[in-house]
Design a protein around this ligand. Sequence first.
Ligand SMILES: [Fe+2]
Length: 386
Amino acid sequence: MDFSMFMAGRVSFGPGVSAKAGELVKAAGAGSALIVTDETMERLGVADRIADQVRKAGIEVAVFAKVEPEPSVETTDAAAALARERKVEAVIGLGGGSSMDVAKAVSVLVTNEGSAANYQGLGLVKNPGVPKIMIPTTAGTGSEVTFTAVLIRKSDGVKGGINSDYLYPDMSLLDPELTVSMPPHVTASTGMDALAHALEAYTSLKASPFSDMFAEEAMLRIGRWLRVATFSGKNIEARREMMLAALFGGVALANAGVTACHALAYPLGGMFGVPHGTANALLLPHVARWNAPASPERFADAASLLGYPQEEDEPDHVAAGFCAEALGDLVEDLGLPATLGDLDVGITKDRLDEMAEKAMGVAKPMENNPRIMTKMDCVTIYREAM
Ligand SMILES: [Fe+2]
């Protein structure tokens, strides 16, 4: 066994901790900052509240509130243009994974020339960025502790990650109170994204004792709290546990990677605009069922962690089957779309080949998958999900 451990910078956790943003920007030695966020955070007044707190620390603040749900290279370039024009010395990502991913990319675009598209790939960023501080308002993506920013190129609908150690956030402020206003369907789909990170990292060929520890803790919490957080949104204990689960899922993902479910979910976002968490939730039971025979012990353990314990004399290959069942039950209980047809975005059988082609192009997650997957297998899984 050999592995390396990676961690983002400082993580502060707790109700109200987001009020520390200004203090942290100042401590990082920056005199100006750009807040990268979306319209919802602007409308809810959260962006203004954080901006005011940062200004009170004597920092000049600009706000870019145009991040779309599935962020594009074009939007990132527009945010970077504003950051360069204002010569900002720090970037704050406020929102879900989309806003945080764009913020992380902008941080390195301040110090690296050209478009975000130039850096989509692995290790292409040459210079470290300006300090970046993440303030998530959802519990799911784990972007607050990962080295990736996933952006869609509008020109060809391909989702590609900027993957670089320079994208690790310097600081993250995890404030469960900020997630209380999340509507049920967002809580559910982002929570399922966190579960996908944990389960995929746990069953990844790159899994290590370090990533396992985080993946297990994430699955345990999600099995126990995601339904409560979704349907009893004001329950701060459920929000806290889900925010922890997302953090742990993010650390697991940053260390062990994701697998075929994320690869298969990418074309749903890139070609049809399906939200990342929704796409992963829909595909996760199918991919788990397909992968289980390659790693029965892991999937049996995952089923137990999700609340479907293995009977004493039950063989692993039988218990492993309950993982897909646990995931299917979650999707159903949460009221998320369970089939590609339910998505109602016009996915027809004649598009599956193109989707499979694009999924196979998401190389790293496919390489990590416990069971070797071919393009035909991708089509089979999509067909099962129809
Ligand atoms: Fe994800």
